[in-house]
Ligand binder design. Structure first.
Ligand code: NAG
Ligand code: NAG
Length: 202
C-alpha cells in the first residue's frame, strides 16, 4: 500500500511541474495586433478574435482576460452579471496573448467547470485577483454563438461559477458547455498512459 501512495504523490508533483514552462506571453497593445498574437477564433464574417488582458480601474485589485477584435480600440467591461455593476471602458495598459506556436494552445470543452480539465491539462492564466485575503486566477474561456466568439474569464474555484463574458456592453454568465484555453494536455495524457504498468508502447 505504501508504495502505491508514494508513486501517486510523485506523479502528482510531476504533472504540476509540467505547467511551469509556458509557451505564451503577453505583449502591450498599442493599437495594432502583434504578429505573434494567439488567434482565439474567427467570426463567421471573417473578423479575427484575440485574447486581451485588462485592468478594470476600480476598487478591485484584479486583472481579467477579455475578447478583443482586430479593429477594436477599447474594451467595455463590467463585473458579473447584467446591469448592476457600472460599465468601465478600458483603453490603456491592454495586453494581448501571444505565442510562438499557435497550435500549442488549444480550446478544450467543459461541461460546467474549468477544473474538469485540471487532471490532464494546464490552463492558460488570464490574470490575477485578490479579495478578502484569497488569491484567484482567472482562466480564459470561450463560447461560440451564432458564428460569434465570446471570450472571458472562468475560475477553478467553484465559488465563481461558469464563464463570464461581455456581450457588447452587457456582462453575462455562461453556466455550461463552453471551452477553456489549455496547453500540454496531450503531454499529460501521454505521461499518464506511460505511468500505467500494463500500457504498451506503440
Ligand atoms: C506596436 O507594437 C508592435 C508589436 O506588437 C510593434 O511592431 C510596433 O512597432 C508598435 N508600434 C508603435 C507605434 O509603437
Ligand atoms: C448577445 O446579445 C444579443 C442581442 O441582445 C443576443 O441576441 C445574443 O444571444 C447574445 N449572446 C450572448 C452570448 O449573450
Amino acid at each position: 500500500m505504501k508504495v502505491i501512495i508514494i508513486s501517486v504523490f510523485i506523479f502528482a508533483s510531476v504533472s504540476a511541474d509540467q505547467c511551469r514552462p509556458r509557451n505564451y506571453y503577453w505583449r502591450p497593445f498599442n493599437g495594432s495586433i502583434p504578429n505573434d498574437a494567439f488567434l482565439a477564433g474567427t467570426d463567421l464574417n471573417g473578423k479575427k478574435n484575440y485574447v486581451a488582458k485588462i485592468i478594470p480601474l476600480d476598487s478591485y485589485s484584479w486583472t481579467v482576460p477579455e475578447l478583443i477584435k482586430e479593429d477594436w480600440a477599447y474594451i467595455d467591461f463590467s463585473w458579473c452579471c447584467g446591469g448592476s455593476s457600472p460599465l468601465i471602458r478600458v483603453d490603456k495598459a491592454i495586453e494581448i496573448l501571444c505565442t510562438e506556436n499557435q497550435a500549442s494552445l488549444q480550446w478544450q470543452e467543459v461541461e460546467k467547470h474549468a477544473d474538469e480539465l485540471k487532471p490532464r491539462c494546464c490552463l492558460v492564466e488570464g490574470g490575477i485577483g485578490a479579495t478578502k485575503g484569497h488569491i484567484y486566477i482567472p482562466y480564459i474561456g470561450r463560447v461560440v454563438q451564432k458564428g460569434h466568439n465570446f471570450i472571458g474569464r472562468t475560475y477553478t474555484d467553484r465559488s465563481y461559477k461558469g464563464l463570464h463574458i461581455m456581450n457588447g456592453t452587457v456582462s453575462r454568465q455562461i453556466l455550461k458547455d463552453y471551452e477553456v484555453l489549455t496547453y500540454h494536455c496531450d503531454d499529460n495524457e501521454v505521461s499518464l498512459r506511460n505511468g500505467e504498468p500494463e500500457s504498451k508502447s506503440s
